[in-house]
Design a protein around this ligand. Structure first.
Ligand SMILES: C[S@@+](CC[C@H](N)C(=O)[O-])C[C@H]1O[C@@H](n2cnc3c(N)ncnc32)[C@H](O)[C@@H]1O
Length: 334
């Protein structure tokens, strides 16, 4: 296993993605000979490569970004017949694999958010530091960030920026966006970043005031939280008994979704009190997951020093039980 970024692509090495919590994810999945793993967020292939190196197993890799999979071709050549690509969303993982004749896997890994290559490529429009088209679409289709800021109402924008960006000044930012677009519709990242910076002062921690609004727009444009909810349910469908789910999240909104899902599915959402009938307080036989650890796993100081992007990462791991999915829960988070 190696924590080095996968090389051999056309992206300069300093822009390549360093896998986060790699050894922890591989330890959780514990790859075994003949088993099948799903890497739902292929990116630069760091997790896939490490799983394939750890045991003679098979990996199915999903990414919604066509460029990520194109770059992965080198890796597939290194592991002939063992790495299969599917372009699509991990929220559709069960359907995507079923269409390829696969109904069960032994492990699912999700490493949420965007890769360093996506952020660093100014043409993708994720960065508030480099000028580029205000795009932010991971799969290069659908509604762009420019479409969103140019067409949504002030109230809708304020809600998105407040909820997904956790920006205290969301209303002010939304008002400034609506005023600015009357003069000139947004098409470039730096135009938007400048409008936000004129409105919100740099915080004492030095974080760029555009950070939170850009995060909010990215989450909204890519429906990242909806994808996460669907992906968790998809993993519940796909994982065989004993199969492992490992999810790395980067902000509290994502982590809360994973935590709530695992709590509900492991039966621990039911808080027994002395008034609760014994029949309800027992862990339900329908629990579909057992959490592997109570607390999320976080990166070591050494990792955050080497890769500051890992700073906010949290890994949650759970094992699939033998219980079948409850159809009532299968459509989304209960
Ligand atoms: C943080 S990177 C993953 C990095 C990877 N673990 C590695 O070691 O190289 C996230 C990747 O997931 C992809 N992605 C994000 N949301 C997705 C979704 N809902 N479905 C499929 N791919 C997604 C992004 O396009 C990006 O390439």
């Amino acid at each position: 296993m190696s924590s080095a970024p996968v090389t051999g692509s056309s992206v300069p090495s300093d822009l390549e993605h360093i896998p986060v919590l790699l050894s922890e994810v591989i330890a959780a999945l514990s790859p075994k000979e003949g088993s099948i793993y799903l890497d739902g967020t292929f990116g630069a292939g760091g997790y896939s490569a490490a799983v394939l190196e750890a045991a003679p197993c098979v990996v199915w890799a999903i990414d919604r970004d066509p460029e990520a999979l194109k770059r992965g071709e080198n890796l597939a050549e290194r592991f002939p017949g063992r790495l299969n690509f599917v372009q699509g969303r991990f929220g559709d993982m069960a359907e995507l694999l079923a269409a390829r004749g696969l109904t069960g896997v032994d492990g699912v890994a999700l490493d949420l958010g965007v890769s360093s290559m996506q952020i660093e490529d100014r043409a993708r429009g994720f960065s508030f530091l480099r000028d580029g088209p205000l795009d932010m679409r991971m799969e290069k289709s659908g509604r762009s960030a420019a479409d969103v800021v140019n067409t949504l109402s002030e109230k809708e924008l304020a809600d998105i920026i407040f909820i997904y960006g956790e920006e205290r000044h969301a209303r002010r930012v939304a008002r400034a966006i609506v005023e600015a677009r009357r003069e000139r519709p947004f098409s470039r990242t730096l135009h938007l970043a400048d409008v936000i910076r004129a409105e919100v002062r740099r915080a004492q921690d030095g974080i760029d005031p555009a950070t939170r609004t850009f995060q909010a727009l990215r989450i909204y444009v890519n429906d990242e939280l909806g994808e996460l909810e669907r992906g968790l349910v998809g993993a519940e469908k796909l994982l065989r008994p004993g199969g492992i789910l490992a999810v790395v999240s980067f902000h509290s909104l994502e982590d809360r979704i994973v935590k709530t899902f695992l709590k509900a599915r492991s039966g621990s959402a039911i808080r027994p009190s002395r008034h609760t009938p014994a029949s309800l307080s027992a862990a339900p036989a329908t629990a579909t997951f057992t959490p592997v650890s109570r607390r999320p796993i976080t990166p070591s100081d050494e990792e955050t020093h080497r890769n500051p992007r890992a700073r906010s990462a949290r890994l949650r791991v759970a094992a699939r039980t033998t219980a079948p999915m409850l159809t009532a829960l299968a459509g989304g988070l209960a």
